[in-house]
Design a protein around this ligand. Structure first.
Ligand SMILES: [Zn+2]
Length: 333
């Protein structure tokens, strides 16, 4: 994290430098105004449609950093030069949304995947139609990973009604270990993923901004926070993450839906309730560099839609384990 801060400080210096250079030719009226007049020129206010940036947009010195890029359902802010950001969620209805924006320093490029990948079968039927967890080798990677310890905090505000703080913290920590260590029932050994540290509770909100019909990722920072919020539509969880051009992950924030669809203990009988620890395990997968499998892999933790009334997502399927192993390797037995 020290390295990350140093890089961020350097980036901040560069951006400030650029602001000064760009500010110089401004008219005297703009210069006599407060800093917001410079911001208005450099940063602008209106969101940029992601579709306008799929081929890359030139990034003049200060103009695009911090600007909102949106595809209507997902929004992110253009990160500092040399960084990328992505927002990705998991839903109840088989919807898959994601938006990624990369700032190379000279170009800003957006990749949007807002296409819903619905499946006709749901829950138990869908899982029966898919390969068993230990036979399904499917995985996709985001192509960036942690090189250092992931230090995170938990914000318990806005947690679902009836959620006990101690249980929530216990399950979020367990979910982190499920993904990081590659917990599985397929006989595969423990993964070598860098350690994580739970630093305690925080009042800082996750760097995720839920709206009525869309979700935004905030400006890049160095804090990793897991918390709750009122996610739109059928979303159960959302992860925003930031990484550097060299493939090293910089930060990740997870927001879990505050509604009544998630349970720390599934009821009996159970109908349309999702396992909290399983959903958080999936979100930690994104934070560690895993992408969605696509439809037809309903027994894997990293499918875009999770089945209700089962704790299966707490343990990784073979594909989930292979993906994490590809990035981090495993201990020999
Ligand atoms: Zn997901």
């Amino acid at each position: 994290m020290i390295n990350f801060r140093r890089v961020l400080a350097l980036v901040a210096t560069l951006v400030v430098g650029a602001l000064v250079v760009t500010a110089t030719p401004l008219s005297s009226s703009a210069r006599t105004g407060d800093e917001s007049s410079i911001d208005a020129r450099c940063v602008g206010h209106r969101p940029i449609p992601a579709a306008a940036m799929t081929r890359g947009a030139a990034a003049p010195a200060c103009s695009l950093v911090g600007r909102v890029v949106t595809d209507g359902r997902v929004a992110v802010r253009v990160p500092p030069p040399g960084m990328s950001v992505a927002g990705e969620g998991v839903g109840r209805h088989g919807e898959s949304r994601s938006l990624q924006v990369t700032n190379t320093g000279t170009t800003v490029r957006a990749v949007s995947n807002a296409g819903a990948t619905s499946t006709t079968q749901r829950g138990t039927a869908e899982r029966r139609a898919s390969l068993p967890a230990c036979k399904d080798r499917t995985f996709h990677l985001e192509h960036h990973r942690w090189a250092t310890r992931l230090r995170y905090r938990i914000n318990l505000a806005h947690r679902p009604k009836g959620f006990v703080g101690k249980t929530v913290i216990g399950q979020i920590r367990a979910a982190n270990a499920n993904m990081r260590k590659g917990r599985n029932t397929c006989g595969r050994p423990r993964l070598k993923t860098p350690l994580s540290s739970y630093l305690g509770r925080t009042a800082v909100r996750p760097n995720v901004r839920p709206g009525k019909s869309s979700v935004s990722c905030g400006k890049a920072n160095t804090k990793n926070v897991v918390g709750f919020g009122n996610l739109p539509g059928g979303l159960l969880g959302w992860t925003c993450y930031w990484w550097f051009a060299n493939g090293r992950m910089g930060a990740a924030d997870i927001m879990i839906d505050t509604g009544s669809n998630l349970k720390t203990h599934l009821p009996k009988p159970c109908r349309n309730k999702w396992d909290f620890e399983g959903v958080v395990t999936h979100e930690w997968g994104h934070a560690y560099g895993m992408a969605h499998t696509g439809a037809g892999h309903a027994n894997l933790t990293m499918q875009h839609a999770l089945s209700p009334c089962s704790k299966y997502a707490r343990t990784l399927g073979l594909g989930d384990w292979l993906g994490m192993n590809h990035m981090y390797g495993h201990f020999r037995r």
